[in-house]
Write a protein that binds this ligand. Structure first.
Ligand code: IPD
Ligand code: CA
Ligand code: CA
Ligand code: CA
Length: 262
């Protein structure tokens, strides 16, 4: 399939970082693990993958700004473009040998997300989207699910780890949702949760206490797959608020209704 030059840059960088993640996943028992906070793990694998992504992306697009989970902000001369990168989304899964983790790369132009990539090296599933051009999984067009009723829907959610988020809110909201849906899942990698909504595997997803790199790429995937994303209050402030609610427009609104009443 023919991709734009921009997507080719993102794909090449992701494939290179994926090689290092795959090596580390195969020898996860030998990895250096440190704690950023309670149950907030970071490994040499996260750091290595981020450095590879930074090197590859800034070689191909010199001057673009870069925001990464591990390295923070790296300013560039070009103030209109910024990469938003999570080198390893789903570190806890990774450390447990659970093959649900991903590289997430988004490109922002003048504050708007214009391209997104989410790649799971373990399954080799590559989700990509560019503004106005649709969303794809390994070169096949993807669309959000069509179910309109929560009682038929399978949703993904987040369960913040120790020392993270407001557990009282998480309990209230997930508790309220349990009485409404066909199924509720917590797979543990926000970027993939959104990508799976884009692919119609999940009918919807919501989570709070997220960071821009968890969701920036996934947001454009869902939108280009015909879906809708807002923050958990229904506004368009996902990166600033660190929350998302996603699905087709009916399911997204239903999620907001249930969590508001929780
Ligand atoms: C985490 C995952 C997880 C979400 C957490 C994130 P990380 O990212 O996306 O699903 O619940 O809030 O921090 O730390 O594995 O990149
Ligand atoms: Ca992390
Ligand atoms: Ca993450
Ligand atoms: Ca991460």
């Amino acid at each position: 399939m023919h991709h734009s030059a921009l997507l080719n840059v993102m794909i090449a960088a992701a494939r290179k970082a994926a090689r290092s993640l795959k090596r580390d996943f195969g020898e996860v028992e030998n990895l250096q693990v440190s704690l950023k906070g309670p149950a907030n793990f970071v490994t040499a694998a996260d750091r290595r993958a981020e450095e590879t992504l930074y090197a590859e992306l800034s070689k191909a697009r010199p001057g673009y700004g870069f925001l990464g989970e591990e390295g923070g902000v790296r300013e560039g001369d070009d103030k209109t473009h910024r990469w938003i990168v999570d080198p390893l989304d789903g570190t806890t899964n990774f450390l447990h040998g659970i093959p649900q983790f991903a590289i997430s790369i988004a490109l922002e132009r003048e504050g708007a997300i214009v391209a997104g990539l989410v790649y799971n090296p373990a399954t080799e599933e590559l989700f990509i989207a560019e503004k106005g051009k649709g969303a794809f999984l390994n070169d096949r067009r993807i669309r959000v699910g069509g179910r309109k009723q929560l009682r038929e829907a399978v949703l993904a959610c987040g369960l913040a780890h120790i020392g993270h988020g407001d557990h009282a809110v998480v309990k209230r909201e997930t508790g309220a949702m349990l009485g409404e849906v066909a199924g509720l899942r917590r797979l543990g990698a926000a970027a993939l949760d959104l990508a799976w909504v884009a692919a119609g595997r999940f009918d919807g997803y919501w989570e709070r206490s997220l960071s821009p790199w968890d969701v920036a790429a996934g947001i454009i995937l869902v939108r280009e797959a015909g879906g809708y994303v807002s923050d958990c209050e229904g506004a368009d402030e996902m990166l600033a608020k660190g929350s998302v609610a996603a699905g087709n427009e009916t399911i997204r609104k239903e999620i907001i209704r249930v969590i508001k009443s929780a």
